[in-house]
Design a protein around this ligand. Structure first.
Ligand SMILES: *[C@@H]1O[C@H](CO)[C@@H](O)[C@H](O)[C@H]1NC(C)=O
Ligand SMILES: *[C@@H]1O[C@H](CO)[C@@H](O)[C@H](O)[C@H]1NC(C)=O
Ligand SMILES: *[C@@H]1O[C@H](CO)[C@@H](O)[C@H](O)[C@H]1NC(C)=O
Ligand SMILES: *[C@@H]1O[C@H](CO)[C@@H](O)[C@H](O)[C@H]1NC(C)=O
Ligand SMILES: *[C@@H]1O[C@H](CO)[C@@H](O)[C@H](O)[C@H]1NC(C)=O
Ligand SMILES: *[C@@H]1O[C@H](CO)[C@@H](O)[C@H](O)[C@H]1NC(C)=O
Length: 561
């Protein structure tokens, strides 16, 4: 190592050490303490009563309203009669996969018990949501909106809307009980199509937003549904897209925007039309028959009633076209000159100039394994075992999962528990290839990635010439159109065990997920500057259940074992 590098390394590690103490001790940061009780409730948005999962008695659950660098302490009390976990869709949880709340990182909160998540919204700002992560819980609700607001010292590239902010959670909905949905999949059958589309948990014409004429409103829209891509629009109004999953976009007007499962975006809507009532329409894309969720945008003072039934559609014929959708996706670009959560331009990281360390080609498929239909990634359906991979790693319990350096490209379909070994600070290209006739979505926890390219057919090395290497969107959930590919670039600067999953609940449940184990391979126990120590309240389960002696050591002692 030359002297220059050494100096840089020392400065970086001192800085990281300060950051670490700031996070753990946290005197400088604002702390937010919340108690969330998770319980069953009954809801009938489409006229059919269904047992749902509520948080503090509500579905959607409470807004998690944070400001950049806030530390959230969320004590989740599980009053269900089954184990439960929440995950934070789109939050990066820097150095802290311990709080990601998925089966590969956390033991489930047992029925009747509680567990306190602690994480920081470090250097991020934007629109996200939380949802349950186990089994098919997400089909029963348990979700709610997350806002991470900018600190006042950091500029936002648009004036704060004078009208106010609304969280708009949109989703497909099954009247069927989530346990029956699970039995259906366990019995080898596919789920039927959903029964309808909801806006903020409400059925037709029940969701209403009130606008004051002349003002501008900030709508934070997330698709929290199980599998359906949705189109969002407000009749007679333009949507100014400004943000998606934590990155500011080049501001452009759209008549309607596609929101695929698991995605979030922000639009500004000017109340510049004659003061009456307008349809807010959420319609299903691609898969027929078309389903609608309809709500109302009402100008204050207007009393007109919207005619019942389906709303007028402006551009129905082009709506179900994948090409139109891909064109819209390509038109969404990052604003490279706007500030981010930190006081530097978003574009200061020139991702297009960085050499790709490795390429992971991941192909989703379906096959029969052991007589059951499974969804696979390169032929492997992921099997959750009773021991989180993260704990197996920490306690060095053998036989829980296999670490693979690459991902075998052709192999007979198997059910297996594997994680891809990835080196800290590698710059990786992940290519999602979809040979199926249906749209797929992929989400990576702990990161945002640059959506460099999309194309029809098979991906090849030559595809790089078509990439956007300048101002691609930086987000955490991406769609892959039928018989096409999507290539993303990601800088692996966040150590931990990170879930890469389908945002289609059925496909994920049937195995379309895996983990990326991002570590500095040479250090046996991660340096706490790079990864936080195991939380002192960590739940233990499976093969790690009785390993308490180690766990009771003070975190600082872990390094010396
Ligand atoms: C969210 O937090 C911000 C910053 O503290 C505050 O200004 C805003 O009123 C809060 N919003 C809601 C809906 O609680
Ligand atoms: C459960 O909640 C109590 C407070 O009601 C808290 O003191 C305790 O730390 C929580 N347990 C865990 C494991 O987080
Ligand atoms: C990008 O952000 C800058 C700085 O905030 C802003 O002035 C500009 O209008 C934005 N550009 C677009 C195309 O949205
Ligand atoms: C979509 O675009 C591809 C490539 O440009 C083209 O081959 C295909 O025919 C188009 N499909 C439709 C339905 O327009
Ligand atoms: C990227 O690779 C090229 C060709 O191997 C090399 O010339 C260049 O210096 C590398 N760039 C960086 C930033 O490492
Ligand atoms: C894959 O399956 C085929 C047919 O069942 C079998 O002949 C072959 O040996 C298997 N290959 C491997 C690598 O297991």
């Amino acid at each position: 190592m030359d002297l220059g590098r050494l100096v840089v390394a020392v400065v970086l590690s001192v800085a990281a050490g300060i950051l670490h103490r700031a996070v753990i001790v946290g005197a400088e940061n604002h702390h937010v303490f919340l108690d969330w009780e998770v319980s069953y409730a009954v809801s009938q948005p489409l006229g059919v009563a269904k047992r749902v999962i509520a948080i503090n008695g509500r579905l959607p659950g409470p807004l998690l309203n944070l400001t950049t660098n806030d530390v959230a302490h969320i004590n989740v009390v599980n009053t269900l009669d089954e184990p439960f976990l929440l995950t934070w869709n789109g939050l990066q949880l820097r150095r802290n996969s311990w709080n990601d709340g998925v089966a590969g990182t956390n033991c489930a909160i047992p029925p009747g018990e509680n567990w306190t998540y602690v994480f920081q919204a470090k250097d991020e700002v934007g629109t996200f949501f939380y949802r349950p992560s186990l089994g098919l819980h997400a089909a029963a609700g348990g979700h709610g909106p997350i806002r991470v607001n900018n600190r006042p010292v950091i500029d936002v590239p648009f004036p704060h809307p004078d009208g106010g902010e609304f969280d708009v959670l949109i989703q497909d909905w099954y009247n069927m009980d989530a346990t029956l949905m699970q039995q259906c999949l366990d019995g080898g059958r596919a789920l039927p199509p959903p029964d309808g589309v909801l806006i903020n948990g409400l059925g037709p014409y029940e969701a209403e937003l009130t606008f004051e004429a002349g003002r501008t409103y900030w709508l934070r829209v997330s698709n929290v549904g199980t599998r359906t891509s949705l189109s969002f629009r407000v009749q007679g109004h333009k949507l100014l897209l400004v943000e998606a999953e934590g990155a500011y976009t080049q501001q452009k007007h759209y008549a309607s925007l596609d929101v695929h499962p698991g995605q979030s975006l922000s639009v500004l809507v000017a109340a510049d039309q004659p003061p009456k009532a307008y349809h807010m329409v959420v319609s299903s894309l691609f898969a027929g028959p078309e389903l609608y969720g309809v709500g109302t945008v009402r100008y204050a003072g207007s009393t007109d009633k919207l005619p019942p039934g389906n709303p007028p559609l402006d551009d129905r014929s082009s709506h179900n076209s994948y090409n139109r959708s891909m064109e819209q996706a390509r038109s969404i670009r990052m604003n490279m000159t706007s500030g981010a959560a930190r006081p530097n331009p978003q574009g200061s990281f020139h991702y297009g100039h960085i050499n790709v360390t490795r390429t992971l080609l991941l192909r989703n498929d379906e096959s029969e394994i052991g007589g059951r239909r499974r969804c696979t990634v390169n032929g492997v359906a992921f099997a959750n075992t009773g021991t989180p991979l993260k704990l197996a790693d920490y306690f060095r319990v053998a036989g829980v999962y296999t670490v693979v350096s690459g991902w075998p490209e052709t192999r007979n379909s198997t059910l297996s528990t594997m994680a891809i070994d990835a080196s800290y600070r590698d710059f990786v290209q992940i290519v999602f290839e979809n040979r199926l006739p249906s749209l797929q979505t992929w989400h990576l926890d702990g990161y945002s990635f640059f959506v460099a390219g999309m194309g029809w057919g098979k991906w090849s090395q030559d595809a790089r010439s078509t990439y956007n290497l300048v101002d691609a969107m930086y987000r955490s959930t991406i769609q892959v159109y039928p018989k096409s590919w999507t290539a993303v670039l990601v800088y692996l600067d966040n150590e931990g065990m990170w879930n890469l999953r389908s945002q289609d609940l059925e496909r994920r449940y049937l195995g379309q997920e895996l983990y990326l184990r991002v570590s500095q391979g040479n250090s046996e126990v991660p340096d706490p500057r790079d990864e936080m120590p195991m939380p002192s309240n960590a739940l233990l389960c499976g093969k790690a259940k009785n390993l308490k002696s180690w766990y009771k050591l003070a975190p600082s002692q872990h390094d010396h074992i």
